[in-house]
Write a protein of this length. Structure first.
Length: 280
């Protein structure tokens, strides 16, 4: 079953990389422009949310509307304050700077989970802090004193790039780029705050060295959507993919939004923002 998508923000010369629903608006990033943009479904207007973002790729928001961004090249997770300032969350794991956060998600308790692959990137300036030998999913937890602590959560991933938490916090979904070039979509049960052994829900093959999946969202009924080469797909229980929306230029991310999660939004490879009805 395919869904017709409505273009709500026209295509752009720069790619839109990530999506988040804040409870009132849809945010999407344009890393090469160092900007975050916002779309208001009520008024149908689009406006600039933040500029000089440090090339934020992944963007996410918690249940209160607090926004977090992955500054991949700067190797840090930031949050945007109401006064327009930006705060940096914890960046060191066992005394060492973590890798290149690319994609993040927030659970109901306000804990920030993010994919921390090596990526082979070179940050600007001298390489004073070399990348970690491992790529994993990390979690940030805010204490009662307001300080954030960082913990490694996966020990079996090769190159995690996309993460999403189930709406009831029962599972963490991870897209992991394997050493063989394939991607795996894994589901890790969350048991007392710790990840249990993962099951593989689906596998994806690379074509022309492009990652098949670059974004993911979990719906109100637990349905998992993935965005990437070809468009947006629903992952069925048997691991098969059902095409929801075909995009010739591909999709970069997908997110549910609006009251009752009535819609899902998609960023496309040509920089557009699109909307579909969430009857999936």
């Amino acid at each position: 079953m395919t869904t017709t998508l409505e273009v709500v923000v026209e295509a752009s010369a720069t790619e839109a990389a990530s999506l988040a629903w804040t409870g009132e608006r849809v945010l999407f990033s344009r890393p090469s422009d160092n900007e975050l943009w916002q779309f208001d479904p009520k008024s149908g207007t689009v406006s600039l949310f933040r500029r000089f973002t440090g090339g934020v790729t992944g963007v996410t928001a918690d249940s209160s509307g607090r926004v977090y961004g992955c500054q991949t090249l700067s190797r840090r997770i930031v949050t945007y304050e109401n006064d327009g300032s930006t705060s940096v969350l914890a960046t060191h794991l066992d005394g060492r700077l973590h890798n290149f956060p690319r994609y993040a998600t927030v659970d109901r308790g306000g804990r920030v989970w993010f994919a921390d692959p090596r990526l082979g990137l070179r940050p600007p300036g001298p390489v004073v802090f070399p990348a970690l030998e491992r790529s994993s999913v990390l979690r940030l937890v805010r204490g009662d004193d307001g300080a954030w602590t960082l913990t490694r959560m996966t020990f079996d991933t090769h190159q995690p790039t996309v993460v999403a938490v189930a709406n009831d916090d029962s599972a963490l979904y991870v897209v992991d780029d394997g050493a063989d070039g394939r991607q795996e979509l894994r589901a890790y049960p969350i048991v007392q705050g710790v990840l249990d052994a993962a099951s593989v829900l689906a596998t994806f093959d690379r074509v022309d060295d492009r990652a098949p999946v670059t974004g993911m969202a979990v719906g109100p009924r637990g349905q998992v959507l993935v965005a990437g080469r070809g468009g947006v797909f629903a992952v069925n229980g048997d691991g098969h993919l059902e095409l929801l929306a075909e995009l010739r230029e591909g999709a970069t991310d997908v997110a549910f939004g609006e009251p009752g999660n009535a819609a899902f939004y998609v960023t496309s490879g040509d920089g557009a923002l699109l909307r579909g009805e969430a009857a999936v």
